[in-house]
Write a protein that binds this ligand. Structure first.
Ligand code: ADP
Ligand code: ZN
Ligand code: ZN
Length: 820
């Protein structure tokens, strides 16, 4: 009987494609392995086997699979099930999930970029054709799989490329243009067998006839800091050593061959993987023990647990205990964190407890490193616990016993673009069900959805209301900036109270954090005569002034122009800065407190991982007195000497036209306040607002989450928002404003025929144009119990109906389920 295989391909097709399985592949073919298939007229794609069966598709002639790349699955059953769930729920194709799930090193595509690894040496065991490709790459350095096929005359080079990738002779999809630097480097040590003075002398004797090698060994010893350090195993970077001596590589090769020197690859960026001193866990305090027992109680009832614990109450210590238990029970654990909160602070804290059984999965790591984590889990090697960001929910776990979702309220768990637009917290809950794993959500400021789930009994609620060692939560002082302005008491954006508290803290050598949720210098420029405001040519937003580069920048598309000095409408030179961002605050502190060291943490100063770490380290070490930042400073950082937090302007957060604006404002203000006064004593927060009577401000001041929640949940119910209704945003995009509007109107009509009054719109969103695309938004509010799969089918029908019409062929329609 002819067998067929359905293949997941990295293309956004609603259906899986079916291929014939040639006889010879039958013994090796199974669900989850990678295969190469012909696609379209002459393309080759690699994909994943989803299903093997005997049903010939009726609609098209099947083609045979070209080759099978693996002898064991790279994606497990459980993951494929999860992919399907994500595709159904978030209304995308399984191919789109595949693209997001696999690190690029595991996705061979004809456009995949290959990059030669100059440090690769051991060619043994590689087949001739692989060597031929390698040889070709060694000259060319970078090229795509397509180019390899064309230039080597091989029709299908995928399997050889896979072998080269496996032994790290080539890397895939490294970000080549941006500061390419291999993330692993070779390090040299004296071989363990020669680590004594006597043994070393012996080596010297044996090298008498090879003066060049002896010379290199001497330089090595010198670089290692002397014989004593060298025999303790101190390492020297290979490149650094070779830089000292011409033609040293050959000599070094000899020393390695003779077994005098040992060479090992080690990550430059990652924590050293050497021996780690594993520390015992801290004993839990009395309140923590009570909470821990409550958590177990919830797990016993097979419920996810929401741990609502104020900042610094020791949630992380509880996580560590739970992970330890999971590992001891022979299970795997996943610790999910928002990207920005995955810092060296938390990494080293976990590393000291879990040593080499800790794997880290971060989007800022190289793809090569992500592949390593993937394979480590797949082959059940050392990792038992993964600390990871959003995409780590896709990792090939086989025996997951515990999932921790830290900072569960964080909206960055949701992927915004491209599809799949999934929420990692919600997917993690599904993943937990698949594995029957314990799931713990932790935060100091629960999302409205999760707290509602806890109240309605879907989650088990555990609360920690005191900080560790009974340190008090900070005192929050609300300052009325409208009043202060009227009395001419404001010094630019600083109220007298804030200045006074800053002086107090700084004179005691304590640190200050200032929070302003806008980056750049000034949000916009305005002509004081005619009111003209410079706007982006491609988006419907005003441009932000960035002082250091003296440019106006669009925060939506990055478009930048030199700052104007005269109004482009009326020609007058009276352009004025309006509003203020982090850069402006940084400058003003310089004027108010000339001797104070200021650091700034926002998107502009932290684009590289290093940039971010550097700012944190400098602040930690006290090289910076005042840290100014956007919401980044609110993310779970733990500093010892911060006694004052200033929130410069609470108003713009509260005024956002979005049903989550209050929730976000509360979370941000409560989180940033939590940075004040951790280890030593009670801190102070100065909260500046022109609207001190605002209920959200009052709840922040009283640290009263429950009242805040009760108010919110009523609003959500009366206006039909989550958690009571499921929202789906449908955005219609087109270069022409009218076309976008007409298509949106038509789509709305079709949708109304199916969904009735659950359809709202179309409406122009607050930003009506982004990157030259005009937007129209349709909102669908579905009852919680409506089937997402059914809704998806209906919606897709309507969408297909619109885009199948000739005049709307180039319309782009994006659906976003549970938008943030
Ligand atoms: P959270 O995660 O709730 O913000 P942490 O777990 O980071 O709180 O705890 C705050 C600080 O208190 C950390 O420095 C932590 O090491 C310390 N701490 C918490 N619990 C204990 C404990 N039981 N014994 C010793 N130190 C603790
Ligand atoms: Zn003007
Ligand atoms: Zn723009």
């Amino acid at each position: 009987m002819q067998k067929y295989a359905d293949i997941v391909l990295p293309v956004p097709l609603p259906k899986l494609f079916t291929y014939e399985v040639p006889e010879e592949f039958l013994p090796v073919l199974e669900k989850g392995v990678r295969v190469v298939v012909p696609f379209g007229k002459k393309k080759l794609l690699s994909g994943i086997v989803y299903n093997i069966h005997e049903t010939k598709p009726a609609a098209y002639e099947t083609k045979p699979l070209m080759s099978v790349l693996d002898d064991a699955p790279v994606v497990l059953d459980m993951q494929l099930n999860l992919w399907q769930w994500i595709a159904d729920y978030y209304q995308c194709t399984i191919g789109e999930v595949y693209k997001a799930a696999l690190p690029s090193g595991l996705k061979l595509e004809s456009e995949s970029k290959l990059c030669y690894n100059p440090e690769f040496e051991d060619e043994t065991g590689l087949p001739e054709k692989a060597l031929m490709i390698l040889n070709y790459l060694s000259e060319k350095k970078y090229c795509t799989i397509n180019e390899v096929n064309n230039l080597t005359g091989l029709k299908n080079s995928y399997q050889y490329i896979r072998q080269l990738v496996d032994v790290q002779a080539v890397f895939m999809n490294e970000n080549i243009s941006e500061s390419y630097r291999p993330k692993t480097e070779q390090y040299l040590t004296i071989h363990p067998e020669h680590r004594s003075e006597e043994q070393l002398r012996n080596c010297f004797d044996l090298l008498e006839r090879a003066p060049k090698q002896l010379q290199l060994l001497m330089i090595f010893l010198q670089k290692a800091g002397g014989i004593n350090d060298a025999i303790k195993g101190k390492s020297v970077n290979r490149k650094e050593l070779l830089a000292t001596l011409e033609n040293g590589a050959a000599q070094l090769g000899e020393l390695i061959k003779k077994g005098f020197i040992e060479q090992k690859k080690r990550a430059v960026d990652r924590l050293e993987t050497g021996e780690v001193q594993v520390k015992e866990k801290k004993l839990l305090s009395e309140v923590q023990t009570v909470a821990m027992n409550e958590v177990r109680n919830g797990f016993d009832q097979k419920k996810p647990v929401l741990l609502h614990g104020v900042t610094s109450s020791g949630k992380t210590e509880i996580y560590i205990h739970l992970i330890d238990e999971a590992i001891k029970a022979g299970k795997q654990a996943l610790y999910l964190l928002p990207e920005i909160a995955l810092t060296t602070q938390i990494t080293s804290r976990l590393k000291t407890h879990f040593g080499n059984s800790l794997g880290i999965y971060h989007s800022k790591f190289s793809d090569d490193e992500r592949v390593e984590v993937w394979n480590n889990l797949l082959k059940n090697k050392s990792y038992r616990v993964i600390l990871g960001v959003r995409s780590s929910i896709f990792l090939p776990f086989s025996n997951l016993g515990l999932i921790i979702i830290d900072e569960e309220h964080e909206q960055s768990f949701k992927q915004f673009d491209p599809a799949p637009r999934y929420h990692a917290r919600d997917v993690a809950l599904v993943l937990g069900q698949y594995f029957n794993a314990k799931v713990l959500l932790g935060t100091a400021t629960p999302s409205v959805e999760s707290y509602y789930n806890a109240q309605s009994g879907k989650f088990h609620l555990v609360e920690l209301t005191t900080r560790h060692e009974g340190i008090q939560l900070p005192e929050i002082v609300v300052v009325n900036t409208r009043e202060a302005s009227r009395c001419k008491m404001m010094q630019s954006h600083f109220s007298p109270q804030l200045i006074e508290q800053m002086q107090k803290s700084l004179s005691k050598k304590e640190q200050v954090i200032l929070f302003q949720n806008r980056r750049g210098f000034a949000p916009y420029l305005e002509c004081s005569l005619c009111g003209w405001i410079p706007r982006c040519n491609h988006c419907d937003v005003s441009m932000t002034y960035h002082k250091h580069i003296n440019q106006l920048v669009c925060h939506y598309c990055g478009y930048a122009v030199p700052t104007y000095h005269t109004c482009q409408a009326c020609g007058s030179p009276s352009l004025q800065f309006k509003g203020f961002g982090t850069q402006k605050i940084e400058e003003e502190i310089g004027l108010l407190f000339p001797d104070v060291k200021v650091g700034r943490m926002d998107y502009d100063t932290t684009r590289s991982k290093k940039g971010y770490e550097n700012i944190i380290t400098e602040f930690e070490q006290g090289k910076v007195d005042v840290l100014v930042g956007t919401q980044m400073v609110t993310k779970g950082l733990d500093f010892d000497r911060v006694s004052l937090v200033g929130i410069l302007n609470a108003d713009n957060m509260l005024n956002n036209p979005d049903f989550r604006a209050f929730e976000r404002s509360f979370q941000m203000m409560a989180q940033v306040s939590g940075r004040a006064g951790r280890k030593n004593r009670r801190g102070t927060v100065i909260l500046q607002t022109s609207n001190p009577e605002h209920p959200v401000i009052a709840h922040v001041r009283n640290n009263d989450f429950v009242s805040f929640f009760n108010e919110q949940i009523e609003e959500r119910l009366s206006y039909k928002y989550p958690p009571f209704y499921r929202i789906i945003n449908i955005t219609v995009k087109h270069k022409n404003q009218n076309t976008a509007l007409h298509a949106a109107n038509a789509l709305t009509e079709y949708l109304r025929n199916n969904f009735g009054s659950r359809v709202l719109g179309p409406q122009v969103p607050p930003v009506t144009k982004i990157q030259d695309m005009h937007l129209q938004r349709i909102l669908l509010k579905l009852e919680r119990n409506a089937s997402p799969v059914k809704a998806k089918q209906l919606m897709q029908q309507c969408i297909n109906y619109v885009v199948s019409q000739e005049r709307w062929r180039y319309i782009n329609i994006v659906t976003d389920v549970d938008p943030m």
